[in-house]
Design a protein around this ligand. Structure first.
Ligand code: PHE
Length: 345
């Protein structure tokens, strides 16, 4: 028995390995539960009791030696593999993974561009509440109670007034900010007011219950319709493709007189006719007009001394024309495949 142990000891000392397969062979022969050392341990009971202790010690030493040797060999094989490139590939020459950054929302891009254009011609930016009273959204803007003009805008009412009070609602346009500005500030007033507005519409590709507007107002002495036209011509020239045509079409709003809607030649088909412009070659982008003297008076400004114009447009509509987005729902669904298309703009 002792001879056997010594023989194995020698074998282990002399063993060399150069591959993972040989490492496995070593493990099977000396370490595994079916290996020679385990077998010797089983034979220990056959050794006469007087020798058993000594042989047992030798066997234990053999077992430890095999284990140590196995660990040395494993390390060696690991190192060899790394050097040979068999380990998981680590290619330091590969380009780094791109660092994905967020993109600006298309509506933010267009809003900023609109603000930039108007700021350069002397308009500042004003803000106001989205939860508004009936007076600021309708009353002050010449929408008489129960007047059909209120049906032009389907309203979310959120609180019915107690007797004598005023209803609360979600603003249907940003014109409420015009009223609040005129109340607070004396002319000259030259501001635009971007913001979110709400209308009680069923959500579809062409309508949404929330969208964004930019309205503008200019009140001063001697402001005329020519100023309105000049300002909006300039705006269209700056924002849209060169050669875009613009036309003013008579219209009606309770708070402006005269009123006009502004059409531009369709950006999609260049005026030839397509489904976006309903084959007319023109698309409407804004409402506008001279502020009704009554509205100016409602805000405590003398309409004999001051006149002004106002306009309002939908940011979604303009974004649709600039970037050919045909479904309004895309703006609010946060689909990164849609949003990533605006990377770097
Ligand atoms: N407030 C109008 C709307 O939301 C737009 C508008 C603003 C029209 C200013 C004329 C003047 O439809």
């Amino acid at each position: 028995m002792l001879d056997k142990v010594r023989d194995l000891q020698q074998q282990i000392e002399q063993y060399t390995i150069t591959s993972p397969e040989q490492l496995e062979q070593f493990r099977m022969r000396f370490i595994s539960r079916k290996g020679v050392i385990t077998e010797l341990f089983e034979q220990l009971k056959l050794v006469p009791p007087t020798d058993r202790r000594a042989v047992g010690q030798e066997l234990n030493a053999l077992k430890n030696a095999a284990q140590t040797r196995f660990e040395q060999f494993s390390q060696l094989v690991d190192e060899q593999q790394t050097v040979a490139g068999n380990a998981p590939p680590l290619d330091l020459t590969l380009p780094t993974l791109p660092n994905l950054t967020g993109t600006q929302h298309p509506l933010s891009l267009v809003r900023q561009r609109i603000i930039q254009i108007f700021e350069r011609i002397g308009f500042n930016v004003a803000d106001g509440p989205e939860i508004e009273s009936d007076w600021y959204n309708f009353g002050a803007l010449n929408f008489p109670d129960n007047h059909p003009a209120r049906d032009m805008q389907d309203t979310f009412f959120i609180e019915k007034a107690a007797d004598g009070g005023t209803d609360m609602l979600l603003r249907t346009h940003t014109s409420n900010v015009q009223i609040r500005l005129m109340e607070r500030q004396s002319p000259p007033i030259r501001s635009i007011m971007p913001g979110r507005v709400y209308r009680n519409e069923t959500i579809s590709a062409r309508a949404h219950c929330l969208f964004h507007q930019v309205e503008g107002i200019y009140i001063d002495r001697n402001v005329g319709f020519k100023d309105l036209k000049d300002t909006l011509y300039h705006f269209v020239k700056e924002l849209f493709e060169p050669g875009t045509q613009i036309r003013f079409r008579p219209s009606y709003f309770p708070f402006t007189e005269p009123s006009a809607e502004i059409d531009i030649s369709c950006q999609i088909c260049g005026g030839k006719g397509c489904n976006i412009c309903k084959y007319s070659g023109w698309v409407e982008i804004a409402g506008s007009g001279m502020v009704d003297p009554q509205v100016i008076a409602n805000c405590g400004i003398d309409p004999e001394e001051y006149t002004g114009f106002a306009f309002g447009m939908g940011i979604e509509r303009i974004t649709q024309l600039k970037y050919v987005v045909n479904d309004l729902r895309l703006y609010t669904e946060n689909d990164v495949r849609f949003l990533r298309q605006f990377e770097g703009l």
